[in-house]
Design a protein around this ligand. Structure first.
Ligand SMILES: [Zn+2]
Length: 318
């Protein structure tokens, strides 16, 4: 295997996060007085988009006046997050981007033609800049919604540092957005066959690579071996890192690997995985074409790991 897999859709970005600017207490208020600032609306894993070039979607980026009109409320500092800025031509800081964390879809009025689009569906259609902005916004919004209270004392927290910290109103402790590492692995045996599994809560015929969360105090290599052994009873030897993708639904970072199987017999756990089997390339291609295997979406790193093993893109069912 030469190099790592191509950049997954939600790993793309063009924006300088400018983390050093977040500590300025006046950062968001001052950007909201600048007509050049652009605002994207985010709620529950979705962003507002409109038709863009080549039949895809692009972010519906509003100026601060439009954002205040269409999504009123949002008393500072709650409800806003600073996402970064473009690099200006010739150097320096260009257009700044804010996320408006919309509390509920009904509270926002959209421009005709604009729509709420789930990031996991449109991520692959967005430009690199839009994908990076939308992924950060979705991750931050999910974290704010789930962490209204202090994990130390239970009191209310408030947004701080331009949306990148929540501070406890009672004990002053700071709490940061969390990211949960998860491993996802293309397990390949000595005959170069790929192991794919089906989970009970997936649509019928959906098969994908195995995956699972890294547990506290565990290395990613150990997590891979544990998950594969638990879910299908296969022993894994060497593992090779292939690439990563943020998966903010709500807080995962998917770490993609190729894993070498040392055994072939499959025993599914019946809970996480209810079916699993080895595929040769011709078998998988035929199964996908006939619809007896439905692969994960092209936004997922799972699809990229599968296609890397296969050697090219795989068709969808015909
Ligand atoms: Zn507290």
């Amino acid at each position: 295997m030469a190099g790592v897999i191509a950049e997954p859709p939600l790993s793309r970005t063009r924006t300088d996060r400018a983390a050093d600017a977040r500590v300025r207490p006046d950062l968001v208020p001052s950007l909201l007085t600048d007509a050049a600032t652009r605002v994207l609306l985010v709620h529950a894993g979705a962003v507002v988009t409109r038709d863009g070039g080549q039949g895809g979607q692009e972010l519906a980026l509003l100026d601060p006046g439009e954002a205040a009109l269409l999504s009123p409320g949002g008393k500072l500092p709650e409800g806003w997050a600073f996402l970064g800025h473009d690099d200006a031509p010739g150097g320096g800081r260009g257009t700044a981007y804010l996320a408006r964390l919309v509390p509920d879809v009904a509270s926002a009025v959209l421009v005709p033609g604009d729509r709420w689009s789930p990031l996991r569906e449109v991520g692959g259609q967005l430009s690199a800049r839009d994908a990076g902005l939308a992924t950060a916004a979705v991750a931050l919004e999910a974290w704010h919604v789930r962490h209204p209270r202090c994990p130390r004392c239970g009191e209310v927290t408030v947004s701080h540092s331009a949306g990148w910290v929540r501070r406890c109103t009672a004990d002053g402790s700071d709490h940061y957005p969390r990211t949960d590492p998860a491993v996802i692995m293309a397990v390949v045996d000595g005959r170069d066959r790929l192991l794919l599994g089906h989970s009970a809560h997936w649509p019928e015929n959906r098969f994908s690579t195995l995956a699972g969360f890294v547990e506290p105090g565990e290395s990613v290599e150990s997590a891979i071996r544990r998950e594969v052994l638990e879910e299908v009873g296969v022993t894994v030897g060497g593992v090779e890192y292939r690439g990563s993708q943020p998966w903010p639904f709500p807080a995962s970072l998917m770490l993609g690997f190729r894993a070498r199987a040392l055994s072939e017999d499959i025993t599914v756990d019946g809970e996480e995985v209810t079916q699993a089997r080895w595929f040769e390339r011709t078998e998988l291609r035929a199964a996908v074409r006939s619809g007896s295997v439905l692969l994960p979406s092209s936004t997922s790193i799972a699809r990229m790991l599968i296609e890397e093993w296969y050697g090219s893109e795989l068709p969808d069912a015909i």
